[in-house]
Design a protein around this ligand. Sequence first.
Ligand code: GAR
Length: 217
Amino acid sequence: MSTKTIAVLISGNGSNLQALIDQAGEQAYRVSGVVCNRPSAFGLQRAARAGIPSTIIEHGAFPDRAAFDAALLAAIERFQADFIVLAGFMRILGPAFIRARPGAILNIHPSLLPGYPGMHTHRRVLAAGDSEHGISVHFVNEELDGGPIIARSRIIVGEEDSEESLAGRVRRLEHHLYPKVVGWLAAGRLQLRGNAVFLDHVKLPATGMEHPAPAGA
Ligand code: GAR
């Protein structure tokens, strides 16, 4: 099977980038480049350590979203990336960007979407008293954390859980699931048709497939 290339877009720590790099050997993709909108992001050091080229595109340097998006797309083009993988990239992408790469852009989000799009998901789950929390991987559309869902993994929220403990537990789910889903896309197993997601030619429910949490999560 041929290996596909991915560009990973980050804004910060890059622990999901690290998981994608570390597990690439088990999947049909390789990371051909990293694009980051914050010069101080630790993820840039992770890319350098792995010998992966990166580029910084600061959103503040552009007059509007369209110009920023065009610069992002040009960088991705330079990395000759088949797919675009958002990993903690904290900017909304404009319609021109999304339409340029239909069915080829993924995002991971720390909640069981469609619940809790946006920020501070662990805090909001605790405040609501929810008994479950989790993560979602989805195709990106023009809504914030709103595109068709591919897969979710969940954990039970314990009495003793805090925002910090949930952050750690959720991160373990993310590092377990995201490289697999990217691998499915790279292997041609995953398709977006309209708003419907197909895995191995089977249409998934609107909430995606349930992926088991790793042991001990
Ligand atoms: C991850 O938890 C990811 O799900 C979240 O940012 C974090 C990045 O961590 N993304 C979003 O909230 C997108 N709406 P990382 O930089 O360590 O990979």
